[in-house]
Write a protein that binds this ligand. Structure first.
Ligand code: 5AD
Length: 439
């Protein structure tokens, strides 16, 4: 009987794709995915380390996994992989000595080997090397969760050193994938029926084609949009400094490129941005936003914000609130600053107390909620093309996303899942729209 595996993913879209690569590699070796950890011979936690809370979550989950281990003994292989594993390394064994595999975020292709090694040696198999192996960018086997939306890696790692961020330490420097490989993977996915391609990279628009066409990100996007049959292409996340006029041009002129951009600002105060080492000022960021907002195609804009970065004063924080007013974001992901190991921000003075961080986060979210509520009102009576994803949480049978990434809830048959539907908007909240199908 073949071994069964269960993978649990924490964190970002890149981690979700990494899990699909792990699953693909294990499947290719004859192992079988299961949806119940109690039925698995291999349990893999694919982890995140962006904030301390993400790390704590994994340790808490490991406490639960331990019960399976106690029940199953040496039979069960437990793997902790991904960013938190890269960061914590063998320290994981101090708190969870029953763990059998520890590996970094680009190890999907060697996972079958690590499983075999752990079973054979009965000792933890550890792989924290960050090498130049091209395989992580070119993983041959991917077991995809969705049959209509597919993530495609265009680069791995990050060359920026934002003072708060641990990612350069977990994923290493930026490595770009040759454009021809990206384009042929996307074309293959379209042939298989995928409707939406999501290009993934840590700073996705810093992409530099290492092969002869030498494409920049905008050029790559233009080529991808030309693939016959591709309905939608998105990308995440771009860095504001690499947002070029050429990229805006592609977003305006290619209808397949979704009219949505996630442009992390982190703070509305130039002083804080400088301390964060973001490489732009409030004014320069706003210039980019104005360009996007004056384009002939309406493009929805979202962002990430950190509150309570060391040295952030009440005035700095109010600058961020004013930035929200000025930009009128379609959505905002906001976080309390979390000190991360070996990052530059650790040495900065002016720690903001936890309680104050919490207050600022709540104020920011309330402020933004009102903006979103008012913005969403403008969609009433519009008809949006929605890619139907799955059952909605409450009251509605289905949910999907418009090209601009708005969540739209509506009633309809389950057979619509994975297809496009035209929805006329009849209502809204701060976080989603609702509507009815138009035939
Ligand atoms: N603390 C809080 N938030 C962080 N982010 C990255 N590092 C930290 C940290 N140390 C946020 C940033 C980033 C998003 C993915 O996570 O806003 O854009």
């Amino acid at each position: 009987m073949s071994r069964t595996f269960y993978i649990e993913t924490f964190g970002c879209q890149m981690n979700e794709l990494d899990s699909e690569k792990i699953a693909g590699s294990l499947l290719h070796e004859g192992m079988e995915p299961v949806s119940d950890p109690a039925k698995a011979d291999i349990i893999i936690l694919n982890t995140c380390s962006i904030r301390e809370k993400a790390v704590q979550k994994v340790y808490a989950r490991l406490g639960e996994v331990k019960r399976h281990k106690t029940r199953r003994g040496g039979d069960l292989v437990v793997g902790v992989v991904g960013c938190m594993a890269q960061l914590e390394g063998e320290k994981i064994l101090e708190r969870a000595p029953f763990v059998n595999i520890i590996a970094g975020p680009q190890k999907g292709h060697v996972m079958p080997e690590l499983v075999a090694r752990a079973l054979e040696t009965r000792r933890p198999a550890i792989d924290l090397r960050m090498d130049d192996d091209p395989e992580p960018l070119e993983t041959r086997h991917v077991l995809r969760v969705s049959a209509w939306r597919a993530g495609v890696t265009i680069s791995e790692g990050c060359n920026r050193h934002c003072a708060f961020c641990v990612v350069p330490l977990t994923r290493g420097p930026q490595k770009d994938r040759p454009s021809s490989n990206i384009i042929s993977e996307a074309a293959r996915l379209v042939d298989q029926g995928y409707l939406e391609i999501v290009l993934l990279g840590q700073t996705v628009n810093s992409y530099r084609d290492p092969s002869p066409p030498g494409l920049r990100f905008a050029g790559l996007l233009r080529k991808l949009a030309e693939i016959p049959g591709l309905k939608r292409v998105r990308f995440t996340s771009p860095h504001p400094n690499d947002f070029s006029d050429d990229l805006l041009d592609v977003m305006v002129s290619c209808s397949q490129v979704c009219n949505q951009i996630h442009l992390p600002v982190q703070s509305g105060s130039t002083r804080v941005l400088l301390a964060m080492r973001r490489g732009y000022t409030r004014e320069r960021y706003l210039e980019t936003i104005r360009k996007i907002q004056s384009a002939t195609r309406a493009i929805a804009i979202s962002t990430d914000i950190i509150v309570g970065f060391p040295g952030e004063t009440e005035t700095d924080f109010e600058d961020t609130l004013r930035l929200l007013d000025e930009v009128q974001y379609d959505s905002v992901f906001s976080f309390k600053y979390s000190p991360r190991p070996n990052t530059a921000a650790l040495n900065l003075p002016g720690e903001v107390p936890e309680e104050e961080k919490g207050k600022r986060l709540r104020r920011l979210q309330e402020h933004q909620n009102l903006i979103q509520y008012n913005k969403n009102a403008a969609y009433v009576a519009q008809v949006l093309e929605v890619l139907v994803e799955d059952r909605a949480r409450a009251n509605f049978s289905l949910a999907g996303r418009a090209a601009n990434n708005k969540v739209v809830n509506f009633n309809g048959p389950e057979s619509l899942i994975g297809k496009f539907a035209e929805i006329q908007i009849t209502g809204f909240s701060a976080n989603s729209l609702r509507g009815v199908r138009v035939q």
